[in-house]
Design a protein around this ligand. Sequence first.
Ligand SMILES: Cc1cc2nc3c(=O)[nH]c(=O)nc-3n(C[C@H](O)[C@H](O)[C@H](O)COP(=O)(O)OP(=O)(O)OC[C@H]3O[C@@H](n4cnc5c(N)ncnc54)[C@H](O)[C@@H]3O)c2cc1C
Ligand code: SF4
Length: 576
Amino acid sequence: MANLNGRSRQENTYDAIVVGSGISGGWAAKELTEKGLKTLVLERGPMVRHLEDYPTAMTDPWDTKYPQGKLPAEQLKAQYPVQSRTGYTVNEYTKHFFVRDDENPYTEEERFDWIRSYQVGGRSLTWGRQTYRHSPMDFEANAREGVAIDWPIRYADLAPWYDYVERFIGVSGQNEGLPHLPDGQFQPPMEMNCVERAFKQRVEGRFGERRITMGRCAHLTEPTEEQLSLGRSKCQYRNMCMRGCPFGGYFSSNSATLVAAERTGNLRMRPDSIVTSLIYDAKAGKATGVRILDAQTLKEEEFYAEVIFLCASALNSTWIMLNSTSSRFENGFGNGSDQLGRNVMDHHFRVGAKADVEEFGDKYYSGRRPNGIYIPRFRNLGDAATKKDFLRGYGYQGGASRPGWDRDLAGEGFGADRKAAMSQPGPWTMQLGAFGEILPYEDNRVTLNHAAKDKYGLPTLSAKVTIRENEKAMRKDMQAAAVEMLEAAGFKNVMAADMGYAPGLGIHEMGTARMGRDPKTSVLNAHNQVHECTNVYVTDGAAMTSASCVNPSLTYMALTARAVDHAVQAKRKGDL
Ligand SMILES: Cc1cc2nc3c(=O)[nH]c(=O)nc-3n(C[C@H](O)[C@H](O)[C@H](O)COP(=O)(O)OP(=O)(O)OC[C@H]3O[C@@H](n4cnc5c(N)ncnc54)[C@H](O)[C@@H]3O)c2cc1C
Ligand code: SF4
């Protein structure tokens, strides 16, 4: 056991510990430090400094080792067999921001695509930045439909925190006045191109309940003084975000929350620190700290604090809790309900349609807009007109574009004719891809696998997650409605597509330590405190009681800011 003498215990004691530095952990760090708490952030991956550690941010296409930056198939198979299943995440420009699967094993009882980034900043560096609020309907759906358990909070509880987070991170978008996609604190929206504008006009004219809006995304289109003071600036429409942005144009922990935390003087960031378990004092009924394994020295150490925020991402926070057993918590930390690890949710997608657009041949657009259009949910909105034979709904992301000169690099021919042809933009196409809600099913779960250890000798996770009839029925409608809209817009050669979905591939895994009112059926209370140990807060995707159909990270950030506010007040009152 480390740190037995009093001095090192004192040295290793902070007001607060945050585990993980991704989207949720960055927020916990910013809020705790700004509220005056000396805060230690423990991050399992290496340091990534904003601007300094984005090695490929300025790499040109002609400077890559492999054509178009595509890694050789053998390398993908050996090192990134899971991370490469998306087809777009791992390449020469981005591979250093994703885990090596050969070094970070887990067991797939059924295929489960666990896409991870272990580094300072986590997946805030690699996320797609689509940013939407859950709606009042989303927080009420479980109770109304008798699915799983009710959320212990409502939209009104989170609304001020959504406002607060949006103002800080910077979200560009259009207010629409829809009850099922609440408006927010937006910077100016990005522009639709001429085909998207025509699609909007034609589809909205034909279907009263459908709205086409610009994607809401965490990019700066009109930076505030606060954002400029952090060193961030307006998005330049380069669309190379996943390499790290030299302009701080999109929100990441590295460009925003961690910078804000650092300037308080209250932050200590400790990378290469794998938190392996929580330390529990049974007499006091509290967690006193965490144990870590130093990824460089392989030494174990302990750190102590009055309040602990688990923000290691849904499945990793769950892993830490499952691995934190004691005589009080034989079955995992705070797991009296046996719900820890259950109810894994994601968003199912890769279904929709695309079409050729034969009009607008003389029109183009400028820049590489890092965003598309969004069609908010229009099914099961609570009236007869939108009711379908499945529960919940889906929204579409998509857009229209013309391919550039790189559309046919391997094509035949050379000389002046080919050069002239490739100097012209290719034909317009438009595509729509749906993202649908997955219900919480108790037997969609992750468990701790003591038989399969990683290179550190730590037990690993085992995942068994499948989609059910509700999602399958929804997928048919997701495809049919996409075809219907592209046809209604008058576009040609409309082709339906279902490219298949495997759980995890949506990269929105959540639900494994859900919030609820009753400790018998949930792990966390209405403030994200572990029911059975209230000085531990879990504020990443693990906390989610249902998934909605919108991208979830904004909700994790709002839950985190709200939970910190609660923790700091509780600490002041001596309630922790
Ligand atoms: C390609 C891609 C596109 C996406 N697009 C979107 C989108 O458009 N909109 C959206 O809302 N979401 C999107 N997401 C999902 C989004 O990235 C996640 O929801 C979000 O990052 C989750 O935040 P987090 O803080 O919980 O986890 P992460 O950001 O993953 O951070 C967790 C951190 O914890 C660290 N950690 C893990 N275990 C330990 C441990 N034991 N000890 C110490 N540290 C640990 C990790 O190294 C990591 O740095 C996308 C993700 C990807 C990869
Ligand atoms: S599109 Fe914007 S946010 Fe993305 S890399 Fe370019 S400037 Fe940065």
